[in-house]
Design a protein around this ligand. Sequence first.
Ligand SMILES: [Zn+2]
Length: 448
Amino acid sequence: MTLQGPPTLVLENGLILCDPSTSEPEIHSRTLISGDIIASLNTNEKINGSPQVVDCSNCLIIPGLVNCHVHSAMSMFRGLADDLPLETWLNQFIFPSEARHVSPEMVRLGSTLSTVEMALSGVTTVADAYFFMEEAALAVIDVGLRAVIAQGVLDVPTPDAKDQGAWKERALDFFESVPSHPNITPALFCHSPYLCQPGTYTSAAQICKSNDVKLFSHVAETLTETKLIQTKYGVTPVELLNSSGVLDNSFVAVHCVHLTDRDVEILLDSQVGIVHCPESNMKLASGYARIQDLLDKGLNVGLGTDGAASNNNLDLFEEMRSASLLGKLVTRNPEAVNAMQVLTMATIGGARVLGLDKVIGTLSPGKQADIVVVDLSQPHLQPLYNPVSQLVYCARGSDVRDVVVAGKQIVRNRELCSVSYDDIRKQVLELAEKIASDTGKKLFQTQG
Ligand SMILES: [Zn+2]
């Protein structure tokens, strides 16, 4: 593609990895961004006009990372209850705290905190699922990220659909009121087969089809879930969803820890996207998803952190390392879930799961300019024999130096360009005081 207008942003020098699934890192000359689009990639083309120029010497330029599953607002509950099984954690701590504290203001604040954390650590696209999701969209727009914003659907009353079954009206209202913005794609999120009846899935899927958007759901996360569904319906969670007619390429199944061989066949045949959340699965001792097997069979797999209340951070570099190490441990195969496969899941694989692979996920002329610059000069990243291994096994979110989303620099030299973190932190501490006192917890202040 030739350059249409003068470039607005130019990256120079360093190394570049355009497509983690197929290409090798190359010596980088110059990449030209025009508006929100990558105009020319790794070229010696002369620069016209007077764009902002970013020197990437000693850095690796990669596609922006894609976090395929998070509940951003839940960062307000980070560290509130740890070292517990999923059901105890949910029923005794998270659900009561949500009933008391989730409001549009809380969702805006918690989502802003998470979005800032993700931006600073190289996530450029996130799939977020929770309540009052118009507020989460506004937080994403404020910080400058790209997001799939999924409104939560549950049969039981929720903070923004207080009557049983009121989810439908709320979902329809969400599609009317979610901010219209080029970086925002709406969606729905049925919590799980144990909190949504088959009929709820069917209705939610119809609403998603009529809006041409994705339907997300936690699926087969714990043995407790699979036993409960087996007892109630006589089938596995995947079989239940399949018989409800909701599994196709617009469905995104998060976790998929406890799958039978038949479940895998169903997911493959229906082209469902899978999201692997290894750290949440490890922390809640839910089990391990058979990721190498799913990749070998050709399923689309993305990577997610899940919410900060069950992880407890949103660093996708850590998630990549955990995905690979866990994949090797459980298969007792050091070649399993290798660095290239993991980096692919965190970029173009995730973009495919979200249906955004024609727009983001690789660096290519004509695609959106969602780009991350990783500083390779730190001691834990030297020497550099293999940049892909280094990213997955050594790098941390804090090694991200610059972040560009839709051609706009949102992080420059590790500093946010769009919002003031100091202001956000003050508001977070005020709300955290209330959450702590309501739950009988102590909030530690680190300022004098
Ligand atoms: Zn989740």
